[in-house]
Design a protein. Structure first.
Length: 94
């Protein structure tokens, strides 16, 4: 074994560590963007709702109109959109 081989293996380990940290950063950013998209999907519509109103409804409060809009219309729409996105992503990866 030469002196160059340990240096090369140490360099490879550093490259793997940098690659892992970039991957973790990328996944974190994508999850944050997904959370933002879900929040916007629950807020935006023909009857716009504030984030506070949406959070109140999700915690069991809010007006009856807001509860109907969020629970019966927007949550199913949002879940369907996320699942379709996952399905398209999986089919594209195959």
């Amino acid at each position: 074994m030469t002196a160059v081989q340990p240096a090369l293996s140490h360099g490879r380990e550093r490259v793997r560590a940098v690659g892992r940290s970039r991957t973790l950063l990328g996944v974190t950013v994508l999850l944050a963007l997904l959370a933002l998209a879900v929040a916007l999907s629950l807020m935006v519509g023909s009857n716009p709702l504030s984030l506070r109103t949406v959070l109140d409804v999700l915690q069991g409060g809010g007006s009856s109109e807001a509860r109907y809009v969020v629970r019966e219309l927007r949550v199913p729409r949002t879940i369907t959109g996320v699942l379709v996105g996952v399905a398209l992503g999986v089919s594209g990866a195959l």
